[in-house]
Design a protein around this ligand. Structure first.
Ligand code: NAP
Length: 291
């Protein structure tokens, strides 16, 4: 557990996606324990309520709010951003944590490959829709993964029609998280908003739920000794609030340490190409953004 004095978050308005389980659930509780006014973005109202009750019962200083949104659906992301803007006039910290490993190929309501829709396009639209509420000194934390090192983009086959693999789809979405982090960090640097990506560790969360029995069993074995979910949550809380990290932006963290992301993630042309493709995919233009 990290020292709470190292992360003073009292009164800060924080939005955490994927707050109903795993790293996001624990991080939301830790942020609320430090006095943050946390909004839990969840897709399931019951899981949201049970997370809120758990946070209230286990030391949250402020009762969290719930914001319902399935990030795979861009219409819902639009509505959630509007609802958040009705409730709050600023957003100090955005934690883009929600993520999936999608076993079988599936398309979102808007026809995007599901993993990319949930792990990248939903968070991309949410972030750009709320970026103007983030004040100078604010932070954005993007949960990526070391899996980004295996990610590949083929802009001719973004729906992965030509052969689908769960791990390839996941790796591509996590590379998107790192590429987005670097591009966004540069764009928000003049406003002194810090944007960083995090690999939280390989941790025993629900991310492998819904997979074959063998894959779930293997995941249990792999994560048995690889770390505790608390370590991932601590790393999120640190990036969200540690004063020592003020001004640290456009970096990739491996758990608690700054690390090098893949050479591909630093490719400015790829960053720009993904940015343009994503804008089009979510129905925005450069002119329509608040950045
Ligand atoms: N665990 C690891 O070893 C590991 C390693 C590297 C990176 N990460 C990253 O860490 C982040 C958190 O994952 P986790 O390990 O804590 O997994 P988790 O326990 O499965 O949590 C994922 C969260 O995302 C939410 N979510 C999934 N699909 C969604 C959708 N369509 N709309 C809104 N929310 C959705 C889930 O909601 P429900 O509760 O409704 O399912 C859940 O709250 C992810 O971005 C993951 O890629 C994890």
């Amino acid at each position: 557990m990290i020292d709470s004095a190292a992360a003073p978050l009292s009164g800060r308005v924080v939005l955490v996606t994927g707050a109903s389980s795993g790293i996001g659930r624990l991080a939301s509780r830790e942020l609320a324990r430090r006095g943050a006014r946390v909004t839990l973005l969840v897709r399931d109202p019951q899981r949201g309520e049970s997370t809120r009750a758990w946070i209230e019962a286990t030391g949250g200083l402020e009762s969290p709010e719930i914001l319902l949104c399935d990030l795979s659906d861009l219409e819902q992301v639009h509505r959630a951003a509007e609802e958040f803007r009705r409730r709050h006039s600023r957003l100090d910290v955005l934690v883009n944590n929600a993520g999936v490993l999608q076993r079988r190929r599936r398309l979102s309501s808007q026809g995007h490959e599901w993993t990319l829709a949930v792990n990248h396009l939903g968070p991309f639209l949410l972030t750009l829709s709320l970026a103007d509420l983030i004040p100078s000194g604010g932070r954005i934390v993007n949960l990526a993964s070391v899996a980004h090192t295996r990610g590949r983009f083929d802009f001719e086959d973004m729906t992965l029609e030509d052969g689908y693999s769960m791990w390839d789809a996941y790796a591509r979405s996590k590379l998107a998280n790192v590429l987005f982090t670097y591009e966004l960090a540069r764009r928000l640097a003049p406003r002194r908003i810090d944007v960083n990506a995090l690999h939280p560790g390989t941790l025993p969360t629900g991310i492998a739920r819904g997979h074959s029995r063998v894959a779930s069993w293997l995941w249990k074995i792999v994560t048995r000794f690889s770390g505790r979910v608390e370590e991932g949550s601590d790393a999120v809380v640190r990036l969200a609030g540690d004063p020592e990290l003020e001004g640290t932006t456009g970096r990739y963290f491996y758990k608690m340490s700054k690390a090098e992301s893949s050479p591909q993630s630093h490719d400015r042309r790829l960053q720009a190409e993904l940015w343009s493709w994503s804008l089009k995919a979510v129905g925005l233009t450069e002119e329509s953004m608040f950045l």
